[in-house]
Design a protein around this ligand. Structure first.
Ligand code: ME8
Length: 639
């Protein structure tokens, strides 16, 4: 019988940089797979974490005047705070600086050594710090890394070596016998030709820097960061101890990686495991790159997409949906705000959001908000039941083969059928003819039941909004722990009361207005980030004043903005502030704040703003309002 456990991992991310859209992508995909498998009855273990050792992190810390562990501690916080905001529910988060990991990585090294696969030698060659990759002279043509294009360093030092060459034949046999091990197919072929071209023994220790796990018995060496990092997938399960977790979840079912690090996972990692007599993971899936303006994102170009802004503006589900729907899993994909907003407006606001609104408003209007009992033998019932079945079968097979964009597009095919079905049956006409009452009941029921199913189908991708749909149709169950039997059409029972909510599930975004706001924000950010000093006269041009909040309310269609009426000492003004994610309107009324009183008036999301509230901004954009010391009064100037 097929085992009902599933172990999925993401790469562990370097702590030299803050999370960006690429890290978000892999982790969202892992979360979606984990949620899907849970829905299908699996017990799931989902691991992510951070890769904290190595020269790259050591150098980044030095540049910032920090100890490596200080840099790691602060960056890790960003990851740990970001994941819950994206509804990412990992089972564990491993850091390679944790004792449990270090102990496991050393045990793996010792095991490989015990089995005769590690020897001491001399390493002379090239090293790419950015990729933390050992390269041959041939690979590093013109002293550049073949993967990232950055300059490489010359290295010559004593080093421990792993007998990778010994595993060339075994690896090729393994790939042959396990065609699903490396996916997608084109990447598999690349790896196979790489291995066929000849494997050299791998240098797995360094003596020229200190930030790493010391080699047992020869502590001037630190462990090669990739041996250290890859072992996280087993150390998190308790390796080398014979833990329940290890027994249950190793070997991993799915290692998700970006194409940049496939070689490490599909060549080195299985060879290390073979050497330690451990079973090999079932699949390593390499996805493509998110590109910006069709080019690679990079810090030096300054085109890295950080998720925080999109997340704040449009919520986790919109971002998750976009990432999954837009990218063909395995291929590269361009990231653009236009594409994001178009998906939001057309797929989420129009196709899905409108269907929810239309269905529920008809049930509210024609049936007093109670879902009617259908005629399960009728033509309408059968028609929609059969469409739902087709959708379900395709959805499952696409999910099982990790074709997320296709799985979602199947659901949208179904949604479009439902929208056309409403136009065809014209419920607004049925309601006028009492002989057609039964037909109207069936039509309304099948629409509500389809929404219940659609919500379940999209729940791995959109955990928040799918639950919201269930709540709105009055199916007050926890979608995350939904039993597999709920994936059948006809589960909803007539007689339940819907929760008529007026707010749109996904408000439409005015794209032109959005770009106007973004342009303006960009200008402000550039000004603030400019490194030039300003004179006291320049500063004096900014009128900072104390104000008291008189009224506060949310701005419709925005997750981020609040409209405030403030008292500036005799003068009442309206301003708009981007603090809604953290502060509730009622908590602000009566508070003293600091505002820029002479800022040029502007419109944000169509609402007039005559000043700007001051707030400190955390690493991930979280706002912290500034408040004056007690005794300060409305209208006081801040200088
Ligand atoms: O490589 N598009 O960490 P890392 C899509 N620590 N995905 C992207 C991306 C992009 N533009 N940029 C990054 C490391 N990624 C090692 C891993 S694992 C034992 C050690 C994603 O912080 C993608 O998953 O450089 C890639 O593999 C990962 O981030 C690299 O993260």
């Amino acid at each position: 019988m097929e085992s009902k456990n599933f172990y999925v991992t993401t790469p562990i991310y370097y702590v030299n940089d803050l999370p960006h859209i690429g890290h978000v992508y892999t982790t969202v995909v892992a979360d979606v797979v984990a949620r899907y498998k849970k829905l299908m009855g699996y017990e799931v273990y989902f691991l992510t974490g951070t890769d904290e050792h190595g020269l790259k992190v050591e150098k980044a810390a030095k540049e910032k005047g920090l100890k490596p562990i200080e840099l790691a501690d602060s960056v890790v916080e960003n990851y740990k705070k970001l994941w819950p905001k994206l509804y990412i529910k990992n089972s564990d988060f491993i850091r390679t600086t944790e004792e449990r990991h270090i102990k496991g990585a050393i045990a793996l090294f010792n095991k490989m050594k015990e089995n005769g696969d590690i020897y001491l030698g001399k390493y002379k060659g090239k090293y790419c710090v950015s990729c933390e990759a050992v390269l041959t002279e041939f690979q590093a043509k013109n002293n550049k890394c073949p993967d990232c294009g950055k300059p490489v360093e010359d290295v010559e030092e004593e080093s421990y070596f792993f007998k990778l060459s010994k595993y060339q034949k075994k690896l090729l046999e393994f790939y042959e016998q396990n065609p699903d091990f490396i996916q997608p197919e084109n990447r598999r072929n690349e790896v196979i030709s790489f291995v066929k071209s000849g494997l050299k023994d791998l240098s797995i220790s360094r003596t020229s820097f200190k930030w790493g796990i010391p080699i047992p018995g020869d502590e001037k060496h630190v462990m090669y960061v990739w041996l250290d990092a890859l072992s996280n997938y087993i150390t998190a399960l308790g390796y080398p101890d014979d833990t329940e977790l290890f027994k249950k979840f190793w070997p991993a079912d799915l290692h998700l990686v970006g194409k940049d690090i496939l070689r490490f996972h599909a060549v080195y990692w299985p060879a290390f495991l073979m050497s330690a007599n451990l079973p090999l993971p079932k699949t390593v899936y390499a996805h493509g790159w998110w590109l910006k303006d069709s080019g690679k994102m990079s810090k030096s170009v300054g085109n890295i997409v950080r998720p925080q802004y999109l997340l704040d503006q449009f919520g986790a589900d919109a971002l998750r949906y976009f990432l999954l729907r837009e990218m063909v899993f395995g291929n590269d994909c361009n990231f653009s705000d236009e594409a994001f907003l178009n998906r939001l407006n057309s797929d989420l606001a129009n196709d899905l959001g409108n269907l929810v609104s239309r269905t529920l408003s008809m049930i509210a209007k024609y049936k007093d908000g109670v879902i009617p009992e259908p005629d399960r033998e009728s033509e309408e019932y059968r028609e929609i039941e059969s469409l739902a079945k087709t959708c379900g079968v395709n959805w499952e097979s696409y999910f099982d083969t990790y074709q997320f964009h296709k799985a979602l597009s199947e659901v949208w095919i179904f949604l479009n059928h439902l929208n056309r079905f409403i136009v065809k049956v014209e419920p607004w006409k049925l309601v006028k003819d009492s002989t057609l009452a039964r037909k109207l009941d069936t039509v309304l029921y099948v629409l509500a039941e389809s929404l219940r199913l659609v919500a379940l189908y999209i729940s791995p991708a959109m955990p928040e909004k799918s639950q919201e749909i269930w709540n709105r149709i009055g199916f007050n169950r926890d979608i995350e722990t939904s039993p597999i039997t709920f994936l059948k059409f006809g589960v909803l029972e007539g007689g339940i009361k819907i929760n008529a909510v007026k707010e749109h599930l996904f408000p439409r975004i005015d794209i032109k207005e959005y770009f106007r706001d973004v342009e303006k924000n960009k200008g402000e950010v550039e000004k603030v980030e400019g490194k030039d000093f300003i004179s006291i006269e320049d500063f004096a041009k900014v009128q900072l004043k104390i104000a008291r909040v008189l009224e506060a309310e949310k701005i419709e269609k925005s997750n981020k903005l609040l409209k405030l009426q403030i008292d500036l000492g005799g003068e009442t003004r309206q301003i708009v502030a981007g603090i809604a994610r953290k502060y509730k309107p009622e908590d602000l009324v009566g508070r003293l704040i600091v505002v820029v009183a002479n800022l040029k008036p502007a419109k944000l999301m169509g609402v007039q703003s005559n000043g700007m509230l001051l707030a400190a901004s955390g690493d991930d954009g979280e706002p912290f309002i500034l408040t004056p010391d007690s005794g300060a009064k409305e209208g006081f100037r801040v200088k």
